[in-house]
Design a protein around this ligand. Structure first.
Ligand code: PLP
Length: 451
């Protein structure tokens, strides 16, 4: 179990995180593997929290960071600009959809999302649309832990304790079309879910709605949810019809993980703003970014400037790391590898679902993949909550040397899913290692939980 290794027999700590559980002390990491201080090796089957896209211990990135460290690690943006930030902005813009060429750096995903919200709002004010302030999002979803990002996060357990401190933002159901048991085709369901956005805009008052934010491919909250193709097209049409900004939260789905640079690149549905983080610097440094087009940025700058910013924005060391990560993604062809290995891993997960009938759905793109547990595949009825299957599968995998990520949540209904999202450097053999462990884990789960 995650909580019971020898490293846990440690004296009380002054540190605290989200829970009382103590984790093993990490010692080192290389490629897709991590070692704890007891010398135990585990496969990082979730790239941390879907962060370490290029794998651990990449020498070229570390060398680039060392070179930058020898020059300058911090210079405040009011006093100096720096070359790594300039160059990273230029390189990122090349990889982003045409016109998304203004980059605002931050230090993480929540900050990137907050930046999108604040730029959108300031653009509205600067362009005479000050009545627009509502940001519609989906339920379930995760957009970050800061209060602004939490207000648009559809995950009650995380936001409820803080609700008096936040302005409640409208939500629409995430497009969980795979759960529906109606006579519609998937494409019709895609339209149905997108049209829920239009209904919400109508009921909120179109003149009050500023933006709609979504993860193009869901992260942990929905378990790699991919909507039918029709959804993406229709969402763009609706946003255009009402003059609403479309924000893509690519914090988890970006930087190549899904087999394209952005999750949204799988569809012809260009957003107005993009939040990036996690794989962008692959965990070598805290880094995030907002990408925006000039047509949104310029009016804000002309009206007196963007009233937003963080001390570590455009930090030279973080940007040098981000730049070296992009170089490695290109040099090693990691986006293509994520697509090819993702297909192979997905096929293996589908094969496991044929062996284990309590896997009701396998989904995702590239190396952002998930499997969902059900008690009945026909009805997609979830497993009983008391079984705590999502936690048990993680614990059993860890005992066998594999880290995976899991959650219990789903639309209005609850359910368990686990995500398998290894680094994009993964090989076919290493996929074999992961799948062999997962096979044992699911066998054991079936026995223990009587599935
Ligand atoms: N947006 C998405 C889609 C995420 O998955 C996350 C983190 O998991 C965030 C935003 C918040 O990122 P951070 O934890 O770096 O603030």
């Amino acid at each position: 179990m995650l909580k019971t290794t020898a490293s846990n027999e440690r004296p009380p700590s002054h540190l605290f995180y989200q829970s009382r559980l103590r984790r093993p002390l990490v010692d080192r990491a290389e490629g897709i593997y991590l070692w704890d201080q007891d010398g135990r090796r585990v496969i990082d089957g979730s790239s941390g929290a879907m962060v370490v896209n290029i794998g651990h211990g990449n020498r070229n990135v570390l060398e680039a960071m060392k070179r930058q460290m020898d020059r300058v690690t911090f210079a405040y943006r009011l006093h100096f600009e720096n070359e790594p930030a300039e160059e990273l902005a230029r390189r990122a813009a090349e990889k982003l959809p045409e016109g998304m060429d203004k980059i605002f750096f931050v230090s993480g995903g929540s900050e990137a999302v907050e930046s999108c919200l604040k730029l959108a709002r300031q653009w509205a004010v600067a362009t005479g649309q000050k009545d627009r302030w509502k940001v519609i999002s989906r339920f379930p979803s995760y957009h970050g832990g800061t209060l602004g990002a939490l207000a648009i996060t559809g995950y009650a357990a995380l936001s409820d304790p803080f609700s008096p401190m936040m302005r409640e933002m409208p939500k629409v159901p995430a497009p969980t079309a795979y759960l529906d048991r109606d006579n519609l085709t998937m494409e019709q369901r895609g339209i149905k879910y997108a049209d829920m956005l239009e209904d919400k805009i109508q009921s909120e008052g179109p003149e009050s709605v500023l933006a709609f934010i979504m993860e193009p491919i869901g992260g942990a909250s929905t378990g790699a949810l991919v909507a039918p193709d029709s959804y993406y097209r229709r969402i763009r049409e609706i946003c255009d019809k009402y003059g609403i900004l479309l924000i893509h939260d690519e914090v988890m789905s970006g930087a190549g993980r899904t087999g394209k640079f952005l999750g949204g690149d799988h569809w012809d549905c260009k957003p107005d703003l993009i939040a990036l983080s996690k794989g962008f610097a692959s965990g070598y440094c805290p880094l995030g970014a907002m990408a925006a087009p000039s047509r949104l940025v310029q009016p804000v700058l002309d009206a007196g400037g963007f009233q937003h910013g963080f001390t570590y924005a455009g930090n030279p060391l973080a940007c040098a790391a981000g730049l070296a990560v992009l170089d490695e993604i290109d040099r090693l062809g990691l986006i293509d590898n994520a697509a090819v290995m993702g297909d192979a891993l997905k096929a293996e997960l589908v094969a496991l679902s044929e062996r284990f009938p309590f896997i009701g759905d396998v989904r995702g793109k590239g190396l952002l993949l998930a499997a969902e547990f059900v008690s009945d595949r026909e009805t997609m009825k979830p497993l009983p909550k008391e079984l705590n299957a999502h936690q048990r599968v993680v614990d059993l995998a860890y005992e066998r040397g594999l880290i995976i990520y899991s959650r219990r949540t789903r639309g209005g209904v609850e359910g368990d899913h686990f995500l398998v999202c290894p680094p994009m450097i993964i090989t076919r053999e290493q996929i074999g290692e992961i799948v062999a462990i997962l096979g044992d884990v699911l066998e054991q789960l079936a026995t223990e939980l009587n599935l």
